[in-house]
Design a protein around this ligand. Structure first.
Ligand code: ADP
Ligand code: MG
Length: 275
């Protein structure tokens, strides 16, 4: 679904990515981790066709990204950007509805199916209480959720997210992780997410890609990628500061399922370990 081969990206003379090979199959869920400035956002920009590599190739669903126009990219891939900026006055509902632009009829605009997708995304991400608010007045965390709802409404086969949980409190961080797992498991959405929190990444993603100084230095299951030695070398911290829940805990309560159940009493009484 996503294929980067020998991708090198230069900003002026400096290489931000160096001979990067990354293949993500349809239906995979992959987290990109690495220190600040490692090249994570740059990699997502290449995947989304926002940045053309100096050398190497980027493909999306078998097509060279550079040959796709914006609309063709938007039908294949939805992006949740790192710093959500909303330049004009819009309600939350209007922002989420922007996700339907790639699908809208050129003359008739939003059709019933588009409205249904917007309503479903709002419900699924849990931003119903924000409807009618001016999106510019929202807190960063609220904005992040609204942009996630926009991307969910887009219903593209690939979802790419750049640190989607940095502004969220812990409960919302976990809910977003559960939503991503649910989109992946139930809808078959291929997920590529840059994540800051190694614990969340290791817990919710079966495959981690570790980037350091523009190079992929490890790619595989969390326990292999985040060895104590690598945490020391790449992140420069004592591994004692990175607590990984091991083994990964199965997702017992997808966000959508909990939202659909009738409040707290309707929730599963299963323990947090789900077994
Ligand atoms: P990450 O997302 O891992 O923190 P980035 O991909 O944003 O890292 O950046 C990788 C490197 O490229 C950093 O050293 C950053 O300063 C540099 N960089 C990013 N964007 C630009 C730009 N537009 N112009 C010049 N250098 C950039
Ligand atoms: Mg970044």
């Amino acid at each position: 679904m996503i294929r980067l081969d020998a991708v090198t990206v230069l900003y002026r003379e400096r290489a931000a990515l160096h001979d990067v090979h990354l293949h993500v199959e349809a239906g995979e869920r992959v987290a990109i981790v690495g220190p600040n400035g490692a090249g994570k956002s740059t990699l997502l920009r290449v995947v989304a066709g926002l940045l053309r590599p100096a050398s190497g190739t980027a493909e999306l669903a078998g097509e060279r990204v550079e040959r796709l126009d914006r609309l063709a990219v938007a039908r294949r891939l939805a992006v949740v950007p790192q710093l959500p900026t909303l330049p004009f006055a819009t309600t939350v509902e209007e922002v989420v509805a922007l996700g339907r632009l790639p699908h809208e009829h050129p003359i008739r605009g939003m059709r019933p199916g588009d409205r249904a997708a917007v309503a479903a995304a709002i419900e699924r991400v849990g931003v119903g209480h924000l409807l009618g608010r001016d999106a510019r007045e929202l807190s960063l965390g609220e904005r992040q959720l609204v942009l996630l709802a926009m991307a969910v409404a887009q219903a593209a086969p690939v979802l790419v997210l750049d640190e989607p949980t940095v502004h969220l409190d812990l409960r919302h961080q976990v809910e977003v992780m559960e939503l991503l797992a649910d989109l992946n498991a139930r809808d078959g959405t291929t997920i590529l997410a840059v994540l800051h929190d190694l614990g969340l990444a290791a817990h919710f993603f079966p495959r981690l890609v570790l980037i350091d100084r523009g190079r992929i230095v490890a790619d595989g299951p969390p326990a292999d990628v985040l060895s104590e030695e690598r945490i020391r070398e790449v992140f420069g911290v004592d591994p004692v500061f990175v607590r990984l829940a091991a083994p990964p805990i199965p997702i017992s309560r997808p966000m959508a399922a909990s939202a659909a159940s009738s409040g707290r009493d309707g929730r599963q009484s299963e323990g947090p370990q789900g077994r």
